[in-house]
Design a protein around this ligand. Structure first.
Ligand SMILES: NC(=O)c1ccc[n+]([C@@H]2O[C@H](COP(=O)([O-])OP(=O)(O)OC[C@H]3O[C@@H](n4cnc5c(N)ncnc54)[C@H](OP(=O)(O)O)[C@@H]3O)[C@@H](O)[C@H]2O)c1
Length: 268
């Protein structure tokens, strides 16, 4: 990975933050994007104080103009872009049929338009670099349904989130096909129960691999019923796969959707 430049959206929190640290530790130059200046700068500072290379560039990835400006700045920062991690996103809001059009639009833009805007803007830079890797962040929501009993007991996220993540997977398949002749691999990850600020409701103690006394995932009880590996996952669990998929060791892997969910994709 040494000397590669990795652009990670949503790099200021949770899975994106864990991924930014992982890539930096492995020798990549990291560019992280998010809207909030304070947390983005804090992650850049933390990586730099560990002796690695990172630059935070503010960007609303659901806004086309913001993406074009930020990707231009990113390409200038280290002179190339080799890896794009489309990680920014999230759910929230009312559940079908109570979702408003505004909320549907916001969630689709944050999860799906963002992956399209970012990928389209970064694509020429990957080609210029002789190829690269794109890793999109989906969710187990893209491949599962819910029964009435599950919904009554545990609730659900907005249907826009489920639809957006299914769209991210279709986008992955399309882009992977187009990327083949350019030596660009495109893969997708479906996280399950991962303890992050976005999934626990705050930036307090979310627990770590060695100290799990933090907050709980919104859908902990639901996941605990359907997982094979017990307990929650952590940003590092996802970051390790992102890193592998971006590395040359994954050179023969493209167009794949891979779960990091403790085995909850099993249907019984
Ligand atoms: N945690 C889980 O259990 C889980 C499960 C399945 C899938 N996922 C997916 O994994 C990804 C990361 O989730 P997470 O749990 O790590 O979330 P998180 O802790 O809430 O972090 C989300 C990150 O995305 C950024 N972001 C959100 N909207 C943005 C926008 N419009 N423009 C730029 N940046 C934006 C946030 O920063 P700002 O708010 O400052 O912009 C933040 O850095 C998401 O795509 C999520 O859907 C997570």
């Amino acid at each position: 990975m040494i000397s590669k430049v990795a652009l990670i959206t949503g790099g200021s929190s949770g899975i994106g933050e864990g991924t930014a640290h992982k890539f930096a530790r492995e020798g990549a130059k990291v560019i992280l994007m998010a809207r909030g200046q304070e947390r983005g700068q804090a992650v850049e500072d933390a990586i730099r104080s560990d002796g690695y290379e990172a630059t935070f560039i503010p960007c609303d990835v659901s806004d086309e103009d913001s993406v074009v400006v930020a990707v231009g700045a990113a390409a200038d920062t280290y002179g190339a872009i080799n890896v794009l991690v489309n990680n920014a996103g999230g759910g929230g809001g009312e559940v079908f049929p109570d979702e408003t059009t505004e909320e549907w639009d916001r969630v689709i833009r944050a999860n799906l338009y963002s992956a399209f805007f970012m990928s389209r803007a970064v694509w020429p830079h990957l080609i210029e670099a002789g190829g690269g890797a794109v890793i999109n962040m989906s969710s187990v929501a893209a491949q599962r349904g819910i029964s009435p009993a599950m919904y009554d007991e545990f609730g659900a996220t907005t249907s826009a989130y489920w639809a957006a993540k299914a769209g991210v997977e279709a986008l992955t398949r399309q882009m992977a096909g187009i990327g083949g002749k350019h030596n660009i691999r495109v893969n997708c990850i479906r996280p399950g129960q991962i303890l992050t600020p976005g999934a626990t409701g705050g930036h307090g103690n979310i627990g770590t691999l060695n100290d799990t006394s933090g907050q709980h995932h919104y859908f902990e009880k639901w996941f605990d019923k359907i997982q094979i590996v017990p307990g929650p996952g952590y940003p590092e669990d996802v970051a390790n796969l992102v890193f592998f998929l971006a590395s040359d060791e994954a050179r023969f892997i493209t167009c794949e959707m891979i779960n990091v969910d403790g085995g909850c994709a099993v249907k019984i």
